[in-house]
Design a protein around this ligand. Sequence first.
Ligand code: HEM
Length: 439
Amino acid sequence: MQGLYANPGGGLRPVHPPGSAGRTLLSDRSVELWRDPVRFVSAGVEQHGARAFLTRLLLRPTVVLADNRAVRHLLRDRETFQCGLRDMFMPLLGENLVFMEGGRADSIRASLHSLFSSETATNYQAITERVTRHWLEQLDSDRPVDLYAAFKQLSMELNLAVFLGLERRERGADVAAVTDIATTHWHGLYALPVSVSVPFTTSSSYKQAMDAKEQLLTLADQMLRDDAQSAFIESLKLAVEDPETRRNHLLLCASAMVPKALASLLTSAIVASPQWKERYVSDDGDISDDDLTCVLLEVQRLYPPFFGGRRLVTRDAQVGEYLVSRGQAVVYGTAAAHRDPAVFPNADTFDPERWRTSNKNDQDKLFCFGGGPRACIGQKMYQHILKVACRMFISEFDWHLPATWRPTWKHLPVSRPTNLPSLVLSRRSEAEQWQDATS
Ligand code: HEM
């Protein structure tokens, strides 16, 4: 039987994933997945005693993967496993690299590469520092702060400054207006589960999102026409000739998708802080580069912003040890693959030290930014921005989570705690002054 199948995993005896896709609409489990995707995957793993199982999602027989090795194979084989998000998200996000296949994807990816390379990422350090500094100064630390809301604001400001050259210090009204439009656009994504039973084009938030998309595209056109809006736009104009491709990628950059993911990671770093702050941060707010890297890798492992991804199977194949058939879909659960005990010992424990010891060479087993030939083009730039913003926050403020608090999570569209208490932030500089005065 094995000979019949493409075998990217090599070596393993292939098995059919346990479970059933049923035969009718009624067996579709999309609504369950949409309610809590992380629980859906972990419940399936427990029920079937395997890190892959067959079910029906979005009306298609779907293999769900929580097996780290199988997910790596899935992401590496772009020919067998093609993007499965197009029908759902392309109308809202436009024809961009996320949804392209084959030669077209290769050529656009190559054109965009220089805009997001690690050398370019460090060029955005000055913008990141300026925007974060301004946000830190404006943060009202006299009263308890809703940190998720505050991080969403910072992340949106960073995004608009880096990509569009809009900074709140100088163009506060424009930043507020674009934030509003991008948020309405983003809320269209919530309307998607309705598509399982009712065509989603009937949802009013979806219609508003489509209007917001047009407004963002108009803004993109204007910015691409005018001179010197941002270094990024100037580089985009040089790198990409086709006007339609330019505007669609600027739409992706201006959308709220990226800032929501960044806010999710910043918030999760705070949620996990009882496991790292005391150990790695000095009294005056310093943390070594290496320690911060390990902390943020562990945040990405346990709290990836996006629940996972979806691929369509173009021919009968094997993924890891599992057989999949042409016409099926494969959904991978990022958090589940990151908690695969075959790769991560004590997988549920937040342990930054693992990145210096047991998992020293395992960064390619993290899928927070996807992996393989379709890995996120913004990964290096945004990991850099995440680190700079995080370091500046730690250096400016101290905070304490109540000892008895335990997070509950919502995972769509991005993961974030639903019960994060408002936190009192204390400026380290003020604490120092107070100490000097009383000593
Ligand atoms: C914290 C920030 C970000 C996170 C967590 C993130 C996450 C991801 C993930 C998980 C994928 C893989 C999706 C899949 O497997 O189907 C991906 C792909 C992609 N991301 Fe990001 N991303 C981030 C920032 C960005 C930025 C700043 C951009 C640039 C505007 C970007 C553009 C893309 C594109 C174009 C792809 C598809 C690449 C391809 O298919 O060749 N992302 N991202």
